[in-house]
Design a protein around this ligand. Structure first.
Ligand code: UD1
Ligand code: MG
Length: 431
């Protein structure tokens, strides 16, 4: 009973309750709004099916909306202990003024500001997602906008702690003759880069049923586990407990709305998530990492997305042509997915940068290339994505199996990240 009346425990129970509300609301709303979304033009063609059905898209809007309502409903629960002032109410004006002053002095305004800054950043990026779903904004135009959305977070981080150093592993300390390296403003640039990277990187592991929501679900659960491991570890400071609880409060409702979304987005999809969901989910994860002060650990969980980004560089930066869609190809005869290709049959003389990129990535076994047998000319190569990489190495497979492979990979990487952070790092950074 004593544990139950511990303020953190009550907050956690409320967060779980709010998340349950988020799940039920998402599951109830999505099937009810689908037709209205199609009528307004929020729809997409399911390209990996024999009959290319048109289904509602941009269901991320429902997720983001439910998420915000639940996060706002949660505010009184988060600060409930300050909302129940002790003692009898004053009977004079002076008494009231003293009471107001007393309440203001012990209310943790900085905690409320952190929470509201988080919501503001997530809200701005969800707006960008909606605009992208409406107007298909070019990626070079939208690329840096998440950094602007992250400004409230960075200001809060600056005022809260301004911690900009990285620890040096014990073995390197004698060489550098110091135990920390202060990165100063570079650290803020790094956090802005995390805010740019997380939403965009989820949006480019996409195009097969359930993969955007599936990877985000595994990511969110693994980052929650990271928070829990910090919370139960003996010796965690009160400040650190506050930061990891905040991260949990941001992530649990994300897990809930994502589970609700996956119910309809899983193969064969009845709805698509849209760019709104990818940006929204990516930003919640980035915000949890930045405000929870574990933005470096966060990137360990994003290793599959980092791999996909590095693999995509030739196409994203125009070294190799990038088609509008790089998703795999559906084979109507087998019902399975196979690699999609960039075709060069009509381009006999490839530019040097294209040829070099293709040869380098083929040498690294990241793509598959087909040559004309007689002349050795490049005819086509697989698209530069992790999904095509998996298909090239594991062979053709059904769409849902491919999504499960991506989720399993994400899970494996998550386990590695937890092991690295909670077992290896304490040894490597031991004093
Ligand atoms: C990103 C990818 C693009 C990929 C697309 C698929 C990059 C640079 N961009 O573009 O290569 O093709 O996502 O989402 O890597 N769709 C399906 N099945 C699904 C999900 C989506 O067929 O399970 C199709 C639908 O037609 C849907 C469209 O993809 O309408 C959505 O694409 P969109 O999110 O607008 O593409 P981008 O994010 O710009
Ligand atoms: Mg997209």
């Amino acid at each position: 009973i004593a544990l139950l009346f511990n303020p953190w425990c009550l907050q956690l129970v409320s967060a779980l309750g709010v998340s349950l509300l988020a799940y039920v609301s998402t599951v109830t709303l999505i099937p009810r709004v689908g037709d209205a979304f199609i009528r307004r033009g929020f729809s997409g063609k399911d390209m990996n099916k024999a009959e290319k059905k048109i289904i509602p898209e941009t269901m991320g809007v429902v997720c983001a909306l439910v998420y915000f309502i639940c996060m706002i409903v949660f505010i009184p629960f988060l600060f409930y202990k300050y909302l129940v002032p002790n003692g009898v109410k004053p009977t004079s004006e002076v008494g009231w003024m003293n009471r107001e002053r007393a309440i203001a002095s012990h209310f943790p305004h900085n905690h409320l500001v952190e929470y509201l800054a988080a919501l503001l950043s997530i809200l701005s990026i969800s707006l960008l997602g909606i605009l992208d779903d409406l107007f298909d904004i070019r990626w070079r135009h939208k690329f840096f906008l998440p950094a602007i959305a992250a400004i409230p977070l960075l200001v809060v981080y600056y005022v809260d702690c301004d911690k900009t150093y990285v620890s040096v592993p014990t073995v390197l300390r004698p060489f550098l003759s110091r135990s920390i390296v202060d990165l100063g403003v570079l650290y803020y640039m790094y956090m802005a880069a995390v805010a740019i990277f997380c939403p965009n990187s989820i949006n480019i592991i996409a195009g097969i049923n359930g993969v955007e929501a599936g990877q985000s679900l595994v990511l969110a659960i693994m980052v929650c586990l990271n928070d829990v491991l910090f919370l139960v570890r003996p010796g965690t400071t009160t400040d650190a407990i506050h930061l990891h609880l905040l991260s949990l409060y941001l992530l649990l409702p994300l897990v809930a709305v994502t589970l609700g979304l996956l119910k309809y987005n899983w193969w064969p999809s009845r709805v698509f998530v849209g760019d709104t969901y990818c940006y929204f989910a990516g930003m919640v994860l980035a915000v949890a990492g930045i405000l929870g002060h574990f933005s470096k650990t966060l990137l360990l969980f994003f290793l599959p997305q980092i791999f996909n980004f590095v693999l995509s560089i030739p196409q994203l930066f125009g070294l190799v042509p990038c088609p509008r869609h790089r998703l795999p190809r559906f084979n109507p005869e087998t019902g399975l997915l196979q690699n999609s290709y960039v075709d060069f049959t009509d381009t006999p003389n490839l530019p040097k940068k294209t040829k070099l990129s293709i040869l380098l990535f083929e040498r690294l076994r990241l793509i598959k290339v087909e040559y004309e047998p007689k002349t050795g000319r490049i005819l086509r190569c697989t698209n530069f994505t992790i999904i095509n990489f998996l298909l090239a190495h594991l062979g053709t497979m059904r769409e849902d199996h491919l999504t499960m492979v991506v989720m399993a990979l994400q899970f494996g990487v998550g386990v590695f990240a937890l092991f690295f952070r909670h077992v290896l790092a304490p040894i490597a950074y031991r004093n």
